[in-house]
Design a binder for this molecule. Sequence first.
Ligand SMILES: [Zn+2]
Length: 404
Amino acid sequence: MQPYLGALDWLGSQQDNMTQTLIRWANINSGSENLTGLATMTTELEHAFAPLGANVATLPTPTRQIVNAKGELEQQALGDMLSLRQRPDAPVRILLCGHMDTVFGADHEFQVCRHLDDQTINGPGVTDMKGGLLVMLYGLMALEQFTLKDNIGWEVLINADEELGSPGSAKMLETVAKRNTVGFAFEPATNADGTLAGQRKGSGKFTVVCRGRAAHAGRHFAKGRNAIVALSQCITELASLNGQRDGVTINIGHIHGGGPINVVPDLAQCSIDVRLPSKDDEAWVQDNFNKVIATHQQHDGIEFALHGGFGRQAKHITGKTKRLYEQVVATAGELGMALDWQATGGCCDGNNLAAAGLPNVDTLGVRGGNIHSSDEYIILPSLVERAQLHALLLMKFAAGELSL
Ligand SMILES: [Zn+2]
């Protein structure tokens, strides 16, 4: 540990700086659809990462396709990505991934931080994952003070659409995954004890649009074709696919349709989140969705359309990925942290990196809880603790003590 102590001690003195920056960042709304807030956040990050002396660029994110309230396809603009590269020609290259967006939009009630006690802050994105971005930054700052830093290169990619499933940044994630040796992402630990996420399910997002025929509910009821009723029948069948294949879940998460109740509604739509343990499950889901839709399509005056598809593939802990997990756990042990990993149904960019062949650990971020809710909190000492783990991993790769 001797060669690493200087950098680790320096991190130990950074708690107040990290906490102050975290509060400033979390008080900036950067919901995935708030492009102004994301731009402000990008400027903050550029400024914070500047001392690292890396090549910095903001990269435009391709648009994503959505189904709007009228049931029509529409392209939606997404926030820019921030990219930094340092020593890209080094033999070992480490990719650091994070996201600046949060699930809390500009009109959400949850906008500012408050202290719950002197060790805990409740705030939007403090844990998922503005705290994680600080862990990423401070680990890199520690590495850049280390004498053997030139043995490794690193690349940072911070996207702005992760909470949407990274539809626009997926291509860039694949590109950066392919040109690096090891991947770290800074999603929060799975629980307040710090447990890492291991195996992750894959995911898909679908929207079913049902069109019927509008009619006056009193005068011409029989002429109408009720899109809400037709969609409801279809939904019941889609939901009944749950339990038919191991580990596959189908969540009807959003439904929308109709208007004034004296009109037979001619439009209804629903959005569905699918989770799958393996890539083989994709064809099963797609086939069954197609079958259900085809059955309901046959009703007179009713028309269905199915949009969407599978975005992220399952991540498995095998081969070099397993070795990396073991190295992270052993390194944490040297710092007195007892870590382990556990499977989760949640997805993140670690799925994307794994699908592109990059061994990665994706929950090196902070400890906290209740993410994606107004009760999200961070355990503040985990900022320094996780930054030390991150820094020690980087330094050990630089010193050749770790390799894959
Ligand atoms: Zn996250």
